[in-house]
Design a protein around this ligand. Structure first.
Ligand SMILES: NCc1[nH]cc(CCC(=O)O)c1CC(=O)O
Length: 309
């Protein structure tokens, strides 16, 4: 066993810290290690520092990961804990996603001020969300509702909502639950009608490919079903790559050896959409995700992506 503490890199947001603590607690339990066998290191990322513009505008992959991955590559941390949803499909050479924790609720929550559900919003209401996917899905359901950019951590968004800057917003149920704040949700969007982001609700752990001791530690906390779902979802995303300004949604579910995946791309106004559903064996997770992505790319045509790119 190591003598030096295992250094865990994470962003500093309350949600990121909760995820780092969950990872540490699972490692402590799996290996019977004390708390001081771990050191949690907070690392600031570009996505944390730029708070005044929508993420889709700042653009670029790895907004929430680059600085953390640099520390992993140079050996100054041993593992990095991330929201899978924020992970680019291509990782730096020498790094890999080694473990996934059991997936939380994959759905989105609606938090309304006077109307508690999207269907009950008066015409002309305003919803705040900077996620291209949530914007398009809301516009699909309610073309008569305004959607405006809306950033900040959970607490900031709830304050803006209370102040009346918007009539409602959407947040991942997983994040709210990990913060013990699920009570603020006034409605939960079923994933069939409001398809989540790829990777939503899943914590992933990244480490160096050659670091056998760390890989062995992590193997004990890996959750197979979540890992297989994420393999499928990330293959789907990779097959659609080059279209990061297009709203994309998708969800894989594994039950024993069976895998079901549904993926979708939307136009930003939510009026046009292409989706694909595939079913097969968990062993073929990556091929199934890739097939769904390629099918959508063919059906939508390059014009669909170029138009909003
Ligand atoms: N991009 C921000 C982000 N990344 C992961 C989560 C939520 C937790 C998760 O989906 O695992 C959130 C906030 C949100 O979408 O409400």
């Amino acid at each position: 066993m190591q003598t030096k503490p295992l250094r865990i890199g994470t962003r500093g947001s309350p949600l990121a810290l909760a995820q780092a603590h969950e990872t540490r607690d699972r490692l402590m339990a799996a290996h019977g290690l004390p708390e001081d066998a771990f050191a949690i290191e907070v690392i600031s990322t570009r996505g944390d520092r730029v708070t005044d513009r929508p993420l889709s505008e700042i653009g670029g992959k790895g907004l929430f990961t680059e600085e953390i991955e640099a520390r992993l590559s140079d050996g100054s941390i041993d593992i990095a804990v991330h929201s899978s949803k924020d992970m680019p499909t291509v990782l730096p050479d020498g790094l890999e996603l080694t473990a996934f924790l059991p997936r939380e609720d994959v759905r989105d929550a609606f938090i309304g001020r006077s109307a508690g559900a999207i269907r009950d919003l008066p015409r002309g209401s305003t919803i705040g969300s900077s996620s291209l996917r949530r914007q398009a899905l809301v516009r699909h359901l309610r073309p008569d509702v305004n959607v405006i950019p809306f950033r900040g951590n959970v607490q900031t968004r709830l304050r803006k909502l209370e102040e009346g800057q918007v009539d409602g917003t959407l947040l991942a149920c997983a994040g709210l639950k990990r913060l013990g704040m699920e009570h603020v949700a006034t409605d939960v969007m079923e994933s069939d009608d409001f398809l989540p982001a790829l990777g939503q609700g899943a914590i992933c752990i990244e480490s160096r490919s050659g670091d056998a001791a760390t890989l062995a530690l992590l193997a004990a906390i890996n959750h197979r079903e979540t890992q297989v779902e994420l393999l499928c979802e990330r293959a789907f995303l990779a097959a659609l790559d080059g279209s990061c300004r297009t709203p994309i949604a998708g969800l894989a579910r594994v039950d024993g050896q069976a895998l079901i995946f549904r993926g979708m791309v939307l136009s930003p106004d939510g009026q046009s959409r292409h989706d694909a559903s595939v079913e097969g064996s968990a062993e073929d997770a990556q091929a199934l995700g890739r097939d769904a992505g390629e099918r959508i790319r063919k059906e939508a045509g390059s014009g669909f992506f170029a138009e909003w790119g």
